[in-house]
Design a protein around this ligand. Structure first.
Ligand code: PMP
Length: 394
C-alpha cells in the first residue's frame, strides 16, 4: 500500500510550516542565538506555576466542563470586560480551548462550507491559511506593506470581497510584523463587515504587548474591532495565555462570541478535545486575577529590547519600521541582494544567528526577515554584533 495515497486530498496541498523546516536546521547546530521561535524567554511567573502545583496537590486531575471551568470563564469575562471593554456571558459566550491554535481551528471549522472565502492579511501567522484550507475554505490574502507600517487598508479588503466571502480574519498586533492597526482603519473594516454581512475572527493574542509613549515604556491603548457598533454580534474574539503571561506550554486560550457560535465551536471541541487541561485552567485563573504586575514587567522588558534592536538596525543601515506591538521586528533586508531565505540560511551558517525568512509568513514577506526579540538582552546584543559582521561582508 502506498501510504502517501492514503493521506486526504485536502491535506496534501498544505506545506509544512516554513518555520519548522528552518528550526530543524537550527537544532542541528551548536552555539546558535535564536531570534527565531515566537515565544517569551521568560518562564511563566512563579505565582502562576504555584497555582498549577497547588491544583495538582489538591488532587484536581479530572476533566472539566467542555467549555472550561466556570470559575475560569468568569475570570475571563471580567478580564475581557476590563481590558477590552466588551462583556460576555461566562455561562454561554466563552469557550476555553487548547491555545488560540485550537480556537482558530474551531472557528474556521464551525463557520466554513466548502468554497467559502476568508480574507486575511499577509504577512501573517503561519497557521492562518492552513486552518482555512483544512476547514475546506478558500484563503484570500490581502497584502500589507512596509510603507503602511504593515497596517491593513480597509480599501484593500473591500477589493477582495466577493459573493463567496464569509469571514475577515484579523491579527493585531501582528505576528510576524509587530504591526498595530490604526483605530480609524479598524472602524472602516468594521463598517465593511456590517455592510457586507461578514463574520470577523479577531486573534488578539498580543494585545497586552503594545508600546506607547516614552519609547514604548508606557503601554499603548489597544482597540479591538469587537468594540465598534454592530461588531459584537458578528465577531469571534480569540485570546490566550501564551504570550502576555509567558504560558506557551500550558496550551490555553479562549474564544468569546455570540452563543450560537460558541455552541457550534463547542460541538467540535467536545468530540475532538473534550476539554482543556484542568491544571492549566487553574494556572490561568491565577494569571487573570493576579498576573498584571508581572505581565507589565515583561512588557517593559520587551520594550527595551525592541528599542535596542531598532537602534542597532538603524546604525547598521537596515530599514525597519517601528513595531507597535508583539515581540517581533520585521527588518527589510532586500537591499543586501539576497532573498530572505538565503539571508536567513547564510546568517545561520556563517554567524550562528537564527532569524525566520519573511516568506514563511506569505509571499509578501520576501525581502524581510522576522526577528523575535523575546531573547535575553546580552544574547540579543551578541546576535546583533554577529548580524553586523555578516552584513558588512555582503
Ligand atoms: N496566533 C498568533 C498570531 C500567534 O503568533 C500564535 C503563536 N505563535 C498563536 C496564535 C498560537 O498561540 P497558542 O499558543 O495560544 O496556541
Amino acid at each position: 500500500m502506498n501510504l502517501e495515497d492514503q493521506i486526504c486530498h485536502q491535506l496534501r496541498g498544505i506545506p509544512r510550516s516554513g518555520i519548522r523546516d528552518f528550526f530543524e536546521l537550527v537544532q542541528a547546530k551548536d552555539d546558535v542565538i535564536s531570534l527565531g521561535v515566537g515565544e517569551p524567554d521568560f518562564a511563566a511567573p512563579w505565582h502562576i506555576r504555584e497555582a498549577a502545583i497547588y491544583s495538582l496537590e489538591k488532587g484536581e486531575t479530572s476533566y472539566t466542563s467542555n467549555l472550561g471551568l466556570l470559575s475560569l470563564r468568569k475570570a475571563i469575562s471580567k478580564y475581557v470586560d476590563s481590558y477590552f471593554h466588551v462583556s460576555y456571558d461566562p455561562a454561554k459566550e466563552i469557550i476555553v480551548t487548547v491555545g488560540v491554535s485550537e480556537a482558530l481551528d474551531l472557528a474556521c471549522r464551525a463557520l466554513l462550507n466548502p468554497g467559502d472565502e476568508v480574507i486575511y492579511h499577509e504577512p501573517c501567522y503561519v497557521s492562518y491559511s492552513p486552518s482555512i484550507v483544512m476547514a475546506y475554505g478558500v484563503a484570500v490574502p490581502v497584502e500589507t506593506r512596509a510603507e503602511d507600517n504593515f497596517a491593513l487598508r480597509a480599501a484593500d479588503v473591500e477589493k477582495k470581497i466577493t459573493d463567496r466571502t464569509r469571514v475577515i480574519m484579523l491579527n493585531f498586533p501582528t505576528n510576524p510584523t509587530g504591526a498595530v492597526e490604526p483605530p480609524e482603519e479598524l472602524e472602516k473594516i468594521a463598517k465593511l463587515a456590517v455592510e457586507r454581512d461578514l463574520i470577523v475572527i479577531t486573534d488578539e493574542i498580543y494585545s497586552e504587548i503594545v508600546y506607547g509613549e516614552d519609547n514604548g515604556i508606557i503601554p499603548a491603548k489597544h482597540t479591538s474591532i469587537v468594540t465598534f457598533p454592530g461588531m459584537k454580534e458578528r465577531t469571534i474574539f480569540l485570546h490566550g495565555f501564551s504570550k502576555a503571561f509567558a504560558m506557551t506550554g500550558f496550551r490555553l486560550g479562549y474564544a468569546c462570541a455570540p452563543h450560537v457560535l460558541t455552541e457550534a465551536m463547542m460541538k467540535i471541541h467536545q468530540y475532538a478535545m473534550l476539554c482543556a487541561p484542568i491544571t492549566s485552567q487553574a494556572a490561568a485563573i491565577e494569571a487573570l486575577e493576579n498576573g498584571a504586575p508581572m505581565m507589565e514587567e515583561m512588557r517593559r522588558s520587551y520594550a527595551m529590547r525592541r528599542n535596542l534592536l531598532l537602534k542597532r538596525f538603524e546604525e547598521m543601515g537596515i530599514p525597519c519600521f517601528e513595531p507597535g506591538g508583539a515581540f517581533y521586528a520585521f527588518p527589510e533586508i532586500g537591499k543586501f541582494g539576497l532573498s530572505s531565505k538565503d539571508f536567513a540560511f547564510r546568517l545561520l551558517e556563517e554567524e550562528n544567528v537564527a532569524v525566520v525568512p519573511g516568506t514563511a509568513f506569505g509571499k509578501g514577506g520576501e525581502g524581510f526577515v522576522r526577528c523575535c526579540y523575546a531573547t535575553a538582552m546580552d544574547q540579543l546584543e551578541e546576535a546583533l554584533n554577529r548580524m553586523g559582521r555578516f552584513i558588512s561582508r555582503l
